[in-house]
Design a binder for this molecule. Structure first.
Ligand SMILES: Cc1cc2nc3c(=O)[nH]c(=O)nc-3n(C[C@H](O)[C@H](O)[C@H](O)COP(=O)(O)O)c2cc1C
Length: 312
């Protein structure tokens, strides 16, 4: 199957492995790219030197396209962009910030730029900023979320109506049937995060991965809405935030409670009580840890099979 997304990235399947802090380094990204989909390095948890190393290792590990996800709120963003302009990965996915700031600069260097949005208004702004495509990420997604809480089912058709550039659906997609549903809604590709956490390839702690495959419906919730809303597993840290919010904690008090390094503590160090464990609602459907290439193949085979079948 070829469409605007496979042609834009020069990939076999319109499946993108999401950039994810403490999960998506060069190993996962290159495994996904070698399997014919698009792997992204998540720069949000990397010091600038580490980002350079991951890009170089990814270049050595695959001759297929790969990209880098750059959350624009990163404190050292100028240094990350400098490294990207030097190393020139073929594709950059920006998120959490204004796409106007860097898109033109990256595109001048021949880099394909995609921006992640949570509303059709921001999708239109990304198109105006010159982005080649948008990821429309619904409220089901793991990690940072839109304040308007629009779900994937509503967001995808709304964004598809608002822009002419290709739309990639994200949030709550982990299987071929969910991918097919997203494509019926008008998306031309899918970005998948949580399912790729449950793989030996991410750098995340095994305890976190085991928790992901044991998750049930209702085990995740969006929290820290006064700061930046983030979907995470309900654990001791989540309960402490809830309690603080019920007591009427201010944003500054919540920031103190969050402290520094919470996400690393949970997802990388494996502290399942005190860490921030970012994961999507779809974790309830993820049942096993599998190599990334197997995940790509399974999703694609299910998608293709269902595409041939009549509706029930
Ligand atoms: C552990 C984790 C970390 C994430 N980190 C980032 C990040 O650094 N930058 C970003 O743009 N999105 C991040 N996200 C969101 C993903 O890129 C992706 O859009 C989302 O996971 C899709 O929804 P899903 O989890 O239902 O597959 C993260 C998601 C997870 C689960």
């Amino acid at each position: 199957m070829q469409n605007r997304v496979t042609r834009l990235f020069n990939i076999d399947y319109p499946i993108i492995q999401a950039g994810m802090i403490w999960a998506s380094g060069w190993r996962l990204a290159s495994a996904v790219s070698n399997a014919g989909a698009l792997g992204l390095i998540g720069s949000g948890s990397m010091y600038p030197d580490a980002l350079r190393e991951h890009i170089q290792k990814c270049k050595a590990a695959t001759n297929r396209s790969f990209g880098v996800n750059v959350p624009l709120i990163y404190p050292d963003i100028d240094k990350h962009i400098e490294i990207i302009l030097e190393e020139k990965p073929p594709i950059v996915f920006t998120s959490a910030g204004n796409p106007k700031t860097w898109t033109a600069r990256l595109k001048e260097q021949g880099i394909t730029v995609v921006h992640v949005v949570s509303s059709s208004k921001f999708a239109f702004k990304a198109q105006e900023a010159g982005c080649d495509a948008v990821v429309a990420e619904g409220f089901e997604a793991g990690g940072h979320n839109g304040r308007e809480e629009t779900t994937t089912m509503v967001l995808i058709p709304a964004v598809c109506d608002a822009v002419n550039i290709p739309v990639i659906a994200a949030g709550g997609i982990a299987t071929g049937r969910q991918m097919l549903a997203a494509m019926v809604l008008g998306a031309e590709g899918v970005q998948i995060g949580s399912r790729f956490v449950a793989s030996p390839d991410p750098i995340s702690h095994l305890k976190f991965k085991d928790l992901v495959i044991a998750a049930q419906e209702g085990d995740t919730q969006v929290s820290l809405k006064q700061l930046t809303p983030v979907r995470m597993m309900k654990n001791k840290f989540f309960a402490a935030v809830q309690e603080a919010e019920q007591r009427g904690a201010t944003a500054a008090q919540l920031q103190d409670l969050l402290g520094r390094g919470r996400a690393k503590k949970g997802m990388f160090d494996g502290d399942l009580d005190e860490g921030e464990l970012e994961i999507g609602q779809v974790s309830a459907l993820i049942k096993k840890i599998q190599p990334a290439a197997e995940i790509v193949k399974e999703i694609w085979n299910e998608f293709e099979t269902l595409l041939q079948q009549p509706l029930k």
